[in-house]
Design a protein around this ligand. Structure first.
Ligand code: ZN
Length: 157
């Protein structure tokens, strides 16, 4: 890392500490040529995720958008915003781990629903009804009985 003042290549790290709750590292550096001190941040590089919607329209993945949908589904349930933040972070991580630059809303919905089913049944059903757009009451009831069955069976991974 070159000095930000004299551009000499000879700089050293004099202090490192976690920043943004461990999401990045802040380093104080000093130039061995001119003694100038400056700060750098190091963070994990995350490629931008593209979401393919049902109508084939593409848009950037938005954590906020997903969260607001979840807040709506969890209204008047005991699910806390902390739980939802964690759920979205887990889903986000899983999407990044897949390594695909583009993901379908169906895939995101599936991941979210898996996690939501563990948290709260009412929230799950509300979210699922938006995501899957149940055509009739029969498919809705099918979904409900599926969750109840899943809850009594050991989780398959
Ligand atoms: Zn310098």
């Amino acid at each position: 890392m070159n000095c930000s003042r004299c551009h000499a290549a000879d700089t050293k790290v004099i202090e490192s500490r976690d920043a943004a709750g461990g999401e990045s590292i802040r380093r104080r550096r000093m130039c061995n040529e001119c003694q100038h001190r400056f700060t750098t941040y190091e963070r994990v590089e995350r490629p931008q995720l593209i979401v393919i919607k049902n109508d084939d329209v593409r848009e950037l993945f938005s954590r906020e958008k997903l969260l607001s949908g979840l807040y709506r589904a969890c209204e008047k349930t005991p699910v806390t915003s902390l739980q939802l933040e964690k759920l979205v972070s887990d889903v986000e991580q899983e999407l990044y781990d897949c390594g695909d630059a583009e993901v379908s809303t169906a895939k995101i919905g599936k991941l979210v629903m898996q996690e939501l089913a563990e948290l709260n049944e009412v929230a799950y059903v509300r979210f699922a009804s938006v995501y899957r757009r149940f055509k009739d009451i029969a498919s809705f009831e099918q979904e409900l009985s599926d969750i109840r069955k899943r809850k009594t069976e050991p989780v398959k991974v």
